[in-house]
Design a protein around this ligand. Structure first.
Ligand code: NAP
Length: 246
């Protein structure tokens, strides 16, 4: 049976894989959660929206005759990763994660490690500061618990409803970002501290270099628990996994 791949996407790495798969002529579907208004067009068929939990995903995999699943979601999209793990186990389908190593602090960095968003909010207790929230739009409301700060929000889409933070600025921009641009952004907004997730990879790494260059501290949210599955770091390894003789 010729392979039919499902790529769970939403990352720079997933898009690179879609390109490699298209060039290799492998049949594949790219799946977006539908969090942004206009997701990047892919060179393979794409679908948008949740599957409806493990059961919904299992039904989708069966209905489409999927033979291989690549979980190329963001490392913080743990719900999707666990669903993929359980659905593939139920159907005995091969599952591979396309992941990227977490970022690591160097001696020049000043990171405070926290376990989750709630702990990041807690770590911001104290004097008013100008805080770069590089977290997307989903968790912004939680920071209202520390209303003394001015928050700089970088979002893919302009928000429909104004964020419920007394002092904030919104910067609408879609990655990947570059270091010079992030240095300029942090300087323009007089940022004192950066809050971000340890996403790893290259698409969002510029802010780490920019903070290092400017001597800014980072409140770094560590990765959530993910299922144990086979993992690779490059598109070439995914292609070799699909067709070991290729
Ligand atoms: P999540 O909490 O793991 O997912 C929640 C639900 O959204 C899943 O149960 C699933 O719904 C749906 N979903 C997630 N990814 C999907 C995909 N690729 N295709 C179809 N449905 C998907 O994920 P999240 O943190 O909300 O992230 C959503 C998407 O944004 C992911 O695809 C991720 O790669 C991307 N992203 C996330 C972050 C982040 O910081 N979390 C950053 C950048 C990009 P059903 O249960 O209904 O199937």
């Amino acid at each position: 049976m010729s392979p039919h791949l499902l790529i769970l996407g939403g990352t720079t790495e997933a898009s690179a894989l879609a390109q490699a798969v298209a060039e290799a002529g492998i049949k594949a579907i790219f799946s977006y959660a539908g969090r942004v208004a206009k997701p990047k067009d892919q060179p393979i068929p794409q679908r948008v929206g949740g599957f409806g939990g493990v059961e919904g995903l299992t039904g989708f995999l069966r209905a489409k005759g999927i033979t291989h699943v690549v979980d190329a979601t963001h490392p913080f999209a743990a719900g999707m990763s666990w669903n993929a793990y359980h659905a593939c186990a139920a159907l005995d389908l091969p599952l591979l994660a396309l992941t990227r190593p977490a970022w690591r602090a160097t001696r020049e960095d000043s990171w405070t490690h926290v376990a989750d968003i709630a702990s990041a909010v807690e770590a911001l207790k104290g004097e008013p500061k100008r805080v770069m929230l590089a977290l997307g739009r989903m968790h912004v409301a939680q920071f209202a618990a520390q209303p003394q700060h001015h928050y700089v929000l970088r979002l893919v889409d302009a928000p429909d409803v104004a964020p419920k933070l007394p002092h904030h600025s919104v910067v609408v921009s879609r990655g990947p970002f570059d270091v010079a641009g992030d240095i300029a952004l942090f300087k323009d907004h007089s940022v004192d501290v950066v809050v971000c997730k340890n996403a790893g990879g290259i698409g969002a790494e510029a802010k780490i270099f920019a903070a290092r260059k400017l001597g800014l501290p980072i409140i770094m949210i560590d990765r959530p628990d993910l299922p144990r599955r086979a993992e690779v770091a490059t598109s070439a390894e995914v292609l070799a996994w699909i067709d070991p003789t290729g």
